[in-house]
Design a protein around this ligand. Sequence first.
Ligand SMILES: [Zn+2]
Length: 307
Amino acid sequence: MRRRVSERYTVLLTRTGKEPKAFSFRPVVILLALMTVFSWAAVTGFLYARNVSLHRAQAKLEDLSRRARELSLQLSRQKNRNDQLADEAAKMLTDLDALEAQIERLRERAGLPKVKLTPVKSADNDGKGGGIPLDTVGLLRLTSERIKALRSDLSTKVEPALKKTLKRESARPYGLPLRVHTYIASGFGTRRNPFGRGYEFHNGVDLPAWYGTSIYATAPGVVVEDGWSSIFGKHVVIDHGFGYRTLYGHMSKVLVKKGQSVERGQVIGKVGSTGRSSGPHVHYSVFIWGKAVNPVPYLSTPSYAKR
Ligand SMILES: [Zn+2]
């Protein structure tokens, strides 16, 4: 059996004028050396690459942090804007509350029943959320819904009713037909007949004044009578609409004609004692749909007329 001679690699280094030097290695040594070189290169390369990606990551992180700061700024700005909107919406709701109260007064004035148009207060705080405040969008939606409801109520109910009420009020007679001091010498109702036996129904009030004192219309209207009667003597009847009529009797002078329009406070005649009268005075009657009513409540000026 032949003994296996191990292979060797020889490196000759020659130098001019010198003996060459021989280095001989076993292959395993060469392999180890090569492996060492490659390992070093690999580790170095890896470290280098890692370093690069680390720098990249750091740069990326920095960028992200900057963007986060920007976003945070934007968010706070947005939040401020949101708060502003919420404040505005809340203020609008407060304004609407005031407006609704105003409309409620108008409703009352128009003789409409009291209603709660929109249960806003409860939706605000006592709703299903159990005290969870409404967000801006919710507030704005609520506001616009209320505006819609109020507008509809105002135009379809309150306005027509108010117009009618104001017309009726403006047609209603009020105040004395005299501008001088007077008193009720004889009231409305059944009284002893001042000119004979028994009792009679007195359908108005007697207001004494000096002969020739001006008599004023107690509401605007149209003269429907300017005649003479045995009871009221020279007298005027004015139709005010809405069923209201007034009669002024015992005049010495009638200053208006049948069919003539008169204003509230217009002079229509002078105090006298014509007809069945025992002295100068105005007999003043108020009729509603043809029926005489006690004029006393009509003699004072109502609060709405004082404003
Ligand atoms: Zn009378």
